[in-house]
Design a protein around this ligand. Structure first.
Ligand SMILES: [Zn+2]
Length: 94
């Protein structure tokens, strides 16, 4: 289990720590002239949190869009808002 990923400086491919050459372009990963970018792997919990956050954000955005579409569909037409206004104006005349 390697906790780090080695990003190829030439093609940005993520390579395993044990890889001596880039799996994509074959860049010498042990080179000191162009060393790979070493990034710590995210834990699986962090990945799950990220996925959940993205899903939740998507649901929130989708829900907001649904509400906007729903409101715009009923706005202007003979909706409950118009009926309420008519009822209020009628009751006010009395
Ligand atoms: Zn590469």
């Amino acid at each position: 289990m390697s906790d780090y990923i080695y990003i190829c400086p030439a093609c940005r491919t993520h390579n395993d720590q044990s890889a001596n050459n880039c799996i994509r372009c074959g860049h010498w990963m042990l080179s000191t002239t162009y060393p790979p970018i070493i990034v710590k792997k995210k834990s699986s919990a962090a990945k799950i949190i990220g996925i959940v956050a993205i899903c939740f954000g998507g649901i929130v955005i989708f829900g907001t869009l649904l509400v906007v579409v729903f409101l715009s569909t009923f706005d202007g037409s003979s909706s409950t808002n118009g009926d309420t206004r008519a009822a209020v104006s009628q009751s006010g005349k009395k």
